[in-house]
Design a protein around this ligand. Structure first.
Ligand code: CAA
Length: 289
């Protein structure tokens, strides 16, 4: 299948990043968000990052302009009627996602593939909300999308080989490295990453070491680019808790129980970098630029 026109649903950090890499790879992209402010912010972020690439001489001014003009901000899902591939990157809520997929199923051309950037929700269940489950697939990008090489491709129970092949090729065209994963809680990346982060939080909770020393242990001892508590703040503590709950419930195994300290921080509104406080405090509120 030939993918030329892509639509991205949700202009947050992940959606904007996905639109950015698609446009940079030569695809025509429509970026949709139901909130005008989010759409504007997403577009501004892409423009700033492209300008940064020009400033760093990784891209010419002309390439930047061509890339940027391939992205069109749109305010209606009906723009999906022209897409070959639609990638959804909205909040991690099954009701919201199934509602969007049902609408897209009616709007999108019959050949179009519907992909979700979900980090932990079952693709099989999202697919079941549509009349084309064989054309529904997970395409899980990592944050920050323009930098991270991995795309986890998640095959739902009914995803066809043809859909998988098209998305595998698409991920490679985006200059990413795809891995293929079956549809089980947390897939691969979050099944391994989140228990590590949760264990780091337990290590803090039990008074074994300070925030800084836990992070230094993993940064310098294991060569991780960020310590687990810095990374948790970067991802968002609400997201970390949510994914731990998906693992805990999905496997019904106490080894995935979320640390009480993580719960407490989320209840306090300490959500990490985006709220200005998590395991660290951030004087400048986080922006995705
Ligand atoms: N968007 C685009 N580019 C960004 C960026 C962003 N938000 N943040 C950093 N970059 C770029 C910078 O421009 C810089 O590029 P150049 O060197 O070419 O200028 C490069 O990344 C390195 O940035 P910095 O020098 O500022 O900082 P750094 O060396 O510490 O790298 C990092 C930053 C890439 C984020 C690095 O710390 C890292 O890899 N951290 C781990 C990130 C990670 O694990 N992500 C996965 C999270 S889990 C997930 O996404 C899945 C899920 O479902 C929860």
């Amino acid at each position: 299948m030939n993918i030329e026109k892509v639509m991205v649903i949700g202009a947050g950090q992940m959606g904007a990043g996905i639109a950015h890499v698609c446009a940079q790879a030569g695809f025509h992209v429509r970026l949709y968000d139901n909130q005008a402010k989010a759409l504007e912010k997403g577009i501004n972020t892409i423009e700033k990052l492209l300008q940064r690439s020009v400033d760093k001489q990784r891209m010419t001014e002309q390439e930047k302009n061509e890339t940027f003009t391939r992205i069109q901000a749109v305010d209606t899902l009906w723009e999906g009627s022209k897409a070959d591939l639609i990638i959804e990157a909205v909040i991690e809520n099954m009701d919201v996602k199934t509602d969007i997929f049902q609408q897209l199923d009616h709007i999108a051309p019959t050949h179009a593939i519907l992909a979700s950037n979900t980090s932990s929700l079952p693709i099989t269940e999202i697919a079941a909300a549509t009349e084309r489950p064989e054309q529904v697939i997970g395409m899980h990008f990592m944050n920050p999308v323009p930098v991270m090489k991995l795309v986890e491709i998640i095959r739902g129970l009914q995803t066809s080989d043809q859909t998988y092949q098209a998305i595998d090729q698409m991920a490679k065209a985006l200059n990413k490295t795809p891995v293929v994963v079956n549809d089980f809680p947390g897939f691969v990346s979050n099944r391994i990453l989140m228990p590590m982060i949760n264990e780091a939080i337990y290590t803090l909770y039990e008074g074994i070491a300070t925030v800084e020393d836990i992070d230094t242990s993993m940064k310098l001892g294991m060569n991780h680019p960020m310590g687990p508590l810095t990374l948790a703040d970067f991802i968002g503590l609400d997201t970390c808790l949510y994914i731990m709950e998906v693992l805990h419930e999905g496997f019904a195994d106490s080894k995935y129980r979320p640390c009480p300290l993580l719960r407490q921080y989320v209840k306090a509104g300490w959500l990490g970098k985006k709220s200005g406080r998590g395991f660290y405090t951030y004087t400048k509120l986080y922006t995705n630029a």
